[in-house]
Ligand binder design. Structure first.
Ligand SMILES: Cc1cc2nc3c(=O)[nH]c(=O)nc-3n(C[C@H](O)[C@H](O)[C@H](O)COP(=O)(O)OP(=O)(O)OC[C@H]3O[C@@H](n4cnc5c(N)ncnc54)[C@H](O)[C@@H]3O)c2cc1C
Length: 385
């Protein structure tokens, strides 16, 4: 089906990203996946290319775009080539909206120019070893010092994308205890300098997929965080998270759609080449039917993410819409990519084939950004259930 969400500018940008991926990512990606992170220099290249500044206003060195569609193009092109840009989608798609919406002028001037160039990489730390889905249960605390100049941060976070290499991490912490009436109150966002005393990066976690993206454990022991690094108002983080999660979830839905479309392409190429019993695998009726089913599923996913993209750009994407899009696409992607892997036979299980990486990479999309069970709870609640 002809897509209507992208204009000429998006398509020109797509070509730039496609060429960049072919020259600067594909040749090195196996090495990055092996070591578990992308080199720091690569982030600077993304900065030079303008990837980090797309949605940053011009006065801070960005391009001043307000549409999320350029981010969508990057997601699609990475999936198409079977690669990723490390933790950089967290930097632009997750962290940036918090700085833009809740940062004050002084903070934006201080952080955004280096954010755009890739000198300052960011990550966001919500999840803790003891709590993920139930964020209100977080235990990390930030106590205001007696002289009111800084917070004293104590606690631990886990599964933090980009956490090994980040220069600043947006840490969710309790600045006041929960009350029986309001479990969600008292949580604040602190943009913590990772060079601070008492800030420690623990293990770089070894993952099933997304192997070129670093994922870390973090711990904080009496870390002094200047009050100037509080983002937005104290105690309001839960509502800030609620406002930004729809974009994060749409980003994951886009990835699920794009990986499914890529899987169908990889399977198509493979079945045309592979001969079994003296015939192309593509010639079996089963192969044609399976790929036709997958194509229909991908079309349905595309329709959902495209509508959600337009809604996000128009400021109309509700938390329930985003949860529904994430639930639908990520659950369906698992089935589509599995079927495409099956058509590869044993080669599909080998990591040198991109379909194997897609299979592993897509698994987490039903977990992070809120699990499928949490998405179902949000959608059901929106239905009055
Ligand atoms: C690769 C990766 C990258 C990540 N990156 C980040 C990051 O950058 N920053 C960050 O803060 N976090 C990150 N996360 C954490 C991620 O968001 C959490 O793993 C996720 O929210 C689930 O939390 P949990 O792992 O604690 O699972 P739990 O909350 O312990 O859930 C365990 C099981 O219980 C189910 N469950 C929970 N609540 C309910 C309910 N009400 N009803 C029914 N079932 C329920 C869940 O669906 C799940 O099946 C990342 C995770 C991974 C794997």
């Amino acid at each position: 089906m002809r897509r209507t969400v992208f204009n000429e500018d998006h398509e020109a940008f797509r070509q730039t990203i496609r060429d960049f991926i072919a020259a600067e990512v594909v040749p090195y990606y196996p090495e990055w996946a092996e070591q578990g992170y992308v080199p720091r220099e690569f982030y600077k290249k993304l900065g030079e290319l303008g990837v980090f500044g797309i949605e940053v206003p011009e006065e801070y060195g960005g391009a001043g775009e307000t549409s999320f569609k350029f981010n969508a193009v990057i997601t699609e092109e990475c999936a198409r080539a079977g690669v990723g840009f490390g933790g950089s989608s967290v930097h632009t798609a997750l962290c940036l909206p918090y700085i833009l919406k809740y940062g004050n002028e002084e903070q934006k001037k201080r952080w955004l120019p280096d954010f755009v160039s890739g000198e300052l990489m960011t990550a966001i730390a919500m999840t803790e070893p003891g709590t993920g889905s139930d964020l209100a249960g977080m235990k990390t605390t930030a106590k205001l010092s007696e002289d009111g100049t800084h917070y004293v941060l104590n606690g631990a976070k886990t599964f933090i994308t980009g956490g090994v290499q980040a220069d600043r991490v947006i840490v969710c912490a309790r600045t006041a205890p929960p009350t029986p009436e309001d479990r969600r109150g008292g949580i604040s966002l602190l943009v913590v300098d990772t060079r601070s005393e008492g800030y420690a990066v623990g293990r770089k976690l070894d993952k099933l997929g997304l192997r070129a993206s670093d994922t870390a454990e973090l711990s904080f022991t009496d870390v002094k965080v200047p009050v100037a690094d509080l983002l937005g108002e104290e105690g309001k983080a839960f509502s800030y998270l609620g406002q930004n999660l729809p974009q994060e979830r749409l980003g994951i839905a886009l990835g699920a759609y794009a990986m499914s479309a890529a899987a169908v392409n990889f399977a198509y190429e493979y079945v045309k080449e592979r001969t079994v019993f003296g015939k192309e695998v593509a010639s079996f009726q089963n192969t044609k039917f399976v790929l036709a089913d997958c194509r229909a599923d991908v079309d349905a996913m595309q329709a959902v993410v495209d509508r959600a993209l337009e809604a996000l750009d128009a400021g109309e994407l509700t938390p329930a819409d985003a949860a529904s899009a994430k639930l639908f696409t990520t659950e369906l992607a698992a089935k589509v990519i599995d079927k495409c892997l099956q058509l590869h036979g044993g080669y599909g299980y080998m990591l040198e084939y991109p379909i194997a990486n897609l299979y592993a990479d897509t698994r987490v999309s039903r977990i992070y950004g809120g699990t499928s069970e949490v998405m179902r709870s949000i959608v059901a609640k929106s239905m009055g259930l």
